[in-house]
Design a protein around this ligand. Structure first.
Ligand code: ACO
Length: 446
């Protein structure tokens, strides 16, 4: 099959949020730390009514309804998540309850885990399935979903929650570029979840930011080589970031994304330091990829300044969900792509290339790209992210902390009836009804 890529995207976020400026005040940190320092405006909040199964059920059912797809037409379904509530049963098998009525049980794929990277790994598996001898002519569906919450402390404002469903098949409007995926994986303890009964990670925040940037270097420089070899008349002449019309990043916080984009320019400059266009940042060439280059604040600031205009044009449109919902772990980068196609016009997207950087702690990261080959009007119509976000309910920081305490108390309990208010949930949202005496969970739909 030719032109394998994305046919549809659906994005779910919780209907409650906390305001980051109010959270700054509540936490007693200086005004601007979360909103300017981390680039976060609002953060999605979940009480005990939502879990990984409910948000995944919602996003799949909404996608199928909005796009009028039959469950019979889906031959592959994989879930990428790090919100683990069962060590054996996959979220994918819970989603099979939606297929029951159609009679279709012939659906390959299960769950994939590695921090924020699982959704991207699942997308690659789905693309590989469609392009392989296993393909039976049907569509593949990927769910990238997580509830991200942190213990009290500096990481807490970088939580959030969301789920993205990604429909994959041949002859798509968004087509993945062949042979250019560039990956960097290694063994790190930057962020992990060794406490199985807790939703909270063990995180070395500043170290994880550095790990993220190191992987940008490794993945992006390899991508420029692979892309040039495959698509350039002169493979020795490496492509530069100008070749990418838009860039989408995994967004633990929006400031880190701006630093990552600056770092791409730094990599370009190191390839060609004498080029006139790098005159303003050439003085940093001597840092090369030294250890110091990851900690020098002047270098970081200079790269952000150098890319400021391009960042506003090519990156900010994809950060709408990230700044208003927060980190969504596996869903983050796919919510970024959803934000971009939900707001950009055909003129801005048609025949344009989108670079995508996915990072999951531990670590696994890939830089890859896709090309927009047909109108994305359907994406704009069905995603409608700005209008839907505007309908959410704001809760106070006190209420937010109360919800987290409730989630802590009720994590992995049995014989439990959730108490969260479901009256403000968006129509079509699944929520947890009960966990019975054998830990079996049941759901209802708002
Ligand atoms: N006004 C404006 N900016 C401010 C203010 C203020 N009042 N106060 C602080 N800042 C700036 C700081 O200068 C800093 O900017 P810089 O990064 O450009 O230097 C930024 O705000 C953050 O301040 P820090 O003091 O560095 O923040 P802190 O150490 O408290 O926490 C951190 C930040 C480490 C990112 C924390 O939120 C965290 O641990 N997050 C979770 C880990 C994470 O997301 N890692 C990313 C990759 S892994 C993953 O995806 C989970």
């Amino acid at each position: 099959p030719a032109n394998v890529g994305i046919h549809a995207l659906e994005y779910y976020f919780p209907s409650k949020f906390v305001d980051q400026a109010e959270l700054e005040q509540f936490d007693g940190v200086s005004a601007g730390k979360y909103t300017i320092g981390l680039g976060q405006t609002q953060m999605a909040v979940c009480d005990d009514r939502e879990d990984i199964n409910s948000i995944s059920l919602t996003v799949v059912q909404n996608l199928v309804e909005k796009h009028n797809i039959s469950f019979k037409d889906i031959g592959y379904l994989e879930v990428g998540t790090e919100s683990i509530i069962d060590k054996s049963k996959s979220v994918k098998t819970v989603l099979m309850s939606l297929f029951e009525e159609s009679g279709n049980h012939d659906v390959e794929g299960i769950d994939t885990k590695n921090a924020c990277y699982g959704g991207t790994a699942s997308v690659f598996n789905a693309v590989n399935w469609v392009e392989s001898s296993s393909w039976d002519g049907r569509l593949a569906l990927v769910v990238a979903a997580d509830i991200a919450s942190y213990a009290e402390g500096p990481a807490r404002p970088t939580g959030g929650a969301g789920a993205v469903a990604i429909l994959i098949g041949p002859n798509a409007p968004l087509v993945f570029d062949h042979g250019v995926r560039s990956t960097h994986m290694n063994h790190l303890w930057d962020f992990y979840k060794p406490e199985l009964a807790s939703e909270y990670p063990t995180v070395d925040g500043h170290f994880s930011n550095t790990c993220y940037i190191r992987s940008v270097d490794a993945c992006y420089s390899l991508y420029t080589k692979k892309f040039s070899k495959r698509y350039n008349a002169n493979p020795e002449e490496l492509i530069k970031m100008e070749n990418l019309d838009h860039c989408v990043f995994h967004a633990p916080n929006c400031k880190l994304v701006q630093k990552a984009y600056g770092r791409m320019a730094y990599n370009d400059m190191l390839q060609d330091p004498e080029n006139e266009r790098y005159a303003a940042i050439k003085e940093y060439a001597s840092f090369a990829h030294s250890e110091e280059s990851y900690y020098d604040k002047n270098l970081e600031r200079a790269m952000m300044q150098f890319t400021k205009g391009e960042y506003a044009k090519k990156v900010i449109p994809s950060l709408y969900a990230a700044t208003n919902v927060g980190n969504m772990y596996t869903a983050s980068v796919w919510a970024g792509l959803s934000s971009l196609v939900s707001s950009a016009s055909d003129e801005e997207l048609l025949n344009k290339r989108v670079g995508i950087y996915s990072y999951g702690s531990g670590s696994a990261a890939t830089f890859f790209s896709l090309k927009v080959v047909a109108s994305t009007e359907k994406f704009r119509e069905t995603l409608d992210i700005k209008a839907r976000l505007a309908k959410r309910t704001k809760v106070t920081p006190e209420a937010f902390v109360g919800y987290l305490a409730l989630r802590e108390e009720t994590a992995l309990v049995k014989d439990y009836n959730p108490i969260g208010d479901v009256s403000d949930m968006a129509k079509g949202t699944y929520y947890l009804q009960r966990i019975d005496e054998k830990f079996r969970r049941t759901y209802l739909r708002a």
